[in-house]
Design a protein around this ligand. Structure first.
Ligand code: GLC
Length: 689
């Protein structure tokens, strides 16, 4: 059951697609106590001693969000530490599970604070800053049902092409065609599977969107063709800020048509980001959004089939207005008095450090939307969403039949219909493997299925063991991309001594592709989760909610990756008897049946722990060096059969936008005597292994 309450005059975020009539009157008794506070409209409810909180999408800390205070306030912040209250996205869906079970979706374009038992352990308080908002209250029989209910009201999640489930190599630092050729050559020669190479900002001319650097890529369409012939898809980055430069058509058209965000006085707002001085396209204005989206056509026509949208919180390194103010006030800091000089210098240092992403800067500019002028801070959390929507909507026009890969850094619920997200600028820290794992189910709850983290870590220097352990989680995530920052240790797999281990582990991903794609598609088409906390599958199990470092992946699997350096294994909790496949690759594994309960399970550096539920099958392909090579007509089945096991395999051409379960499902059944039957869309040849 879903109930909708409207407070004040909310800005329509267009997150919700189903028609839900608004209730009149107050919130039902027993849910929330409402108060007006200095920070905005607040509503609180009591939490039982053991209540758990789930959701909030992309955020720091555990799967159970209780005990911290989170903010929906999209931020470009590369320090993903426990102390943070918000990252790049605003995903305002939260579930309370325990004494009572319900979900809330706070549909608000502005800042929202979720005090999840932080100020008082037994209280949840949600505070919505100035402005109207809509509150949805959801109830259902189970946690999974609650998610399905929410997901059905926000619309179907984005579905990428199948090749986007292949491995992608990225690094901020690849500059020219030859850099990319080298990366491809190394992977192909060493038989490390690869489907995509990402192009970070250096492919552009002076960081100008929709341009390609002419000297670095002399014939770009021919280069894209050359890559395609090797089954490699190029995926360029697009940044939110448009460089201010005379003669640059994107800039000139935007200025001429009033498509950029404006200051109060009607001049265009100027921020500093990678290209230097930029204007922000007013993607909340439908006309400007259409215009910005159309520009992607330039690259699509050059042969590009995928994009990542970045810096779209939007990130502001500095605003011109604030820099002017600082310089006026502090520039003549040289005086004869050394103490004053020192004090001035420190002041200047603090000012410089505080230049980026200032709350006050987000109050300086305006959007033109539905005949209204709206100050940016009131709709801040919708910017990345609408930049990505600009692209997503354009792709429906430019490429009506074929899917295009699209993911974003910043997002809001609703954007999940247009693209996925990556988890932003993480670090090469062991704790970030765990953070990666914990974000997966929380994001799935909020509709974001196509997601993954920068494997190996973006910031700081990685190590070979960190890279490999992280990959052992990454082979299960839909977006599987190795990305790192300029100046950090190079982390392509072929840089490391034990290339063979990387080859085998990533080979396992390609073998698992039929299962992972099938589980992703079924989740997308039935509003379900692909990654589930154990408590969602074993609601009666008292320990399941404690298992914060294990996940169910689809219907049959549980994963428990190792995320500590020098560990030779880890503690794993089994809610029921399961069969462990300890896998060193597609063909090398041993199995063991483990009873329900706690175990210390050994896992050497190159071993992936895969746990199968009783009476379940997981199909494996023979792998390949790229996704097109993966053949789903011969499947080897991981199995744990007590009486009879079956699997519903979804498959399609991986490209067409026209997707449905009907006509694409194959049922594979195996009994305890080893008899296998298949029926449905395809007739793969199957064997038990
Ligand atoms: C941002 C992105 C990162 C990218 C860098 C340069 O920090 O999050 O992925 O490499 O900008 O474009």
């Amino acid at each position: 059951m879903i109930r909708k309450y409207v407070f004040g005059e909310p800005f329509d975020t267009e997150a919700v697609v189903s028609e839900i009539p608004a209730e009149t009157g107050n919130l039902p008794d027993g849910y929330f106590e409402e108060t007006e506070t200095e920070d905005g409209h607040a509503f609180s409810c009591d939490l039982g001693e053991k209540d758990r909180l789930y959701g909030l999408g992309e955020n720091v800390r555990g799967i159970n969000k209780r005990g911290w205070i989170y903010e929906a306030n999209c931020m470009d912040d590369p320090g993903h530490t426990e102390s943070k209250r918000s990252l790049y996205g605003a995903h305002n869906f939260l579930i309370v599970d325990g004494k009572q079970r319900f979900g809330i979706f706070v549909d608000a374009a502005q800042k929202v604070t979720f005090d999840c038992g932080y100020t008082k352990r037994d209280k949840l308080t949600v505070t919505v800053s100035e402005g109207g908002f809509v509150l949805y209250l959801l109830e259902a029989q189970s946690l999974r049902e609650l998610v399905r209910e929410f997901r059905s009201m926000i619309g179907r999640s984005y579905i990428p092409p199948k090749w986007a489930f292949g491995y992608g190599q990225s690094r901020w630092g690849y500059k020219c065609a030859d850099d990319i050729r080298r990366v491809v050559k190394e992977h192909r020669e060493k038989r490390i599977p690869l489907d995509a190479v990402y192009m970070d900002i250096d492919y552009m001319e002076r960081f100008k969107d929709f341009t390609v650097h002419k000297e670095r890529f002399p014939d770009f369409p021919a280069f894209a063709e050359e890559m395609k012939a090797q089954h490699i898809h190029l995926v360029p980055i697009i940044d939110a800020g448009v460089k201010i430069e005379e003669g640059y058509p994107v800039y000139e058209e935007g200025v001429r048509n009033g498509y950029f965000c404006q200051n109060e006085d009607g001049t265009y707002f100027v921020a500093g980001v990678w290209p230097g001085r930029v204007h922000f396209p007013d993607v909340l204005n439908p006309e400007a959004r259409r215009w910005f989206g159309n520009w992607y056509r330039v690259l699509v026509e050059a042969g590009i089939e995928g994009f990542w949208n970045d810096m779209n919180e939007p990130a502001i390194f500095y605003s011109e207005e604030y820099v002017k103010k600082i310089l006026e006030k502090h520039m003549p800091y040289q005086t004869d008095d050394e103490d004053t000089q020192m004090r001035k210098l420190f002041e200047l240092k603090d000012l410089a450090l505080g230049l980026a992403n200032r709350r006050a800067d987000y109050r300086l500019f305006y959007h033109q939307c539905r005949g209204q002028r709206v100050r940016h801070d009131r709709v801040h959390n919708l910017y990345g969403y609408n930049m990505t929507r600009a692209a997503g909507e354009a792709f429906e026009r430019i490429s009506p039949d074929k899917r295009i890969l699209l993911f974003s850094r910043s997002s809001y619920v609703g954007m999940h219909r247009y693209g996925g997200i990556w988890m932003g600028d993480n670090s090469s820290w062991w704790s970030h493997i765990l953070l990666n794992l914990q974000m997966l189910p929380s994001l799935n709850m909020c509709g974001f299925l196509y997601t993954g983290a920068d494997l190996g870590g973006f910031g700081d220097d990685t190590t070979e063991d960190l890279m490999l352990r992280w990959l052992e989680l990454g082979i299960f995530t839909p977006l599987m991309r190795n990305h790192s920052a300029i100046g950090t240790r190079e982390q392509e797999f072929y840089r490391f001594e034990n290339t063979d281990a990387f080859r085998r582990v990533i080979g396992l991903r390609y073998a698992l592709l039929p299962y992972l794609y099938s589980e992703f598609m079924k989740a997308a088409l039935t509003d379900d989760l692909m990654f589930m906390p154990l408590a969602f599958v074993y609601p009666e199990d008292a320990f399941a909610p404690q298992a914060e470092d294990q996940l169910m992946v689809g219907s049959g699997l549980m994963i428990a990756p190792v995320y500590r350096q020098n560990a030779d294994g880890r503690y794993v909790y089994l809610p029921e008897e399961m069969k462990l496949y300890r896998m060193r690759g597609r063909d090398s594994f041993e199995t063991e049946v483990l009873p329900a309960g706690h175990h210390y399970v050994k896992a050497a550096l190159d071993e992936v722990l895969v746990f199968l539920r009783p009476d379940h099958l997981v199909p494996l392909s023979d792998g390949g060096c790229f996704t097109d090579e993966v053949d789903a007509s011969h499947l080897r089945l991981l199995h744990y059969i007590k009486t009879s096991a079956s699997y519903e395999l979804y498959d399609d051409d991986g490209l067409s936008r026209d997707v449905a379960l009907a006509g694409h499902l194959t049922t594979i059944t195996a009994d305890a005597d080893g008899n296998i039957r298949t029926s449905g869309a395809s007739a793969p040849e199957c064997e038990l292994i």
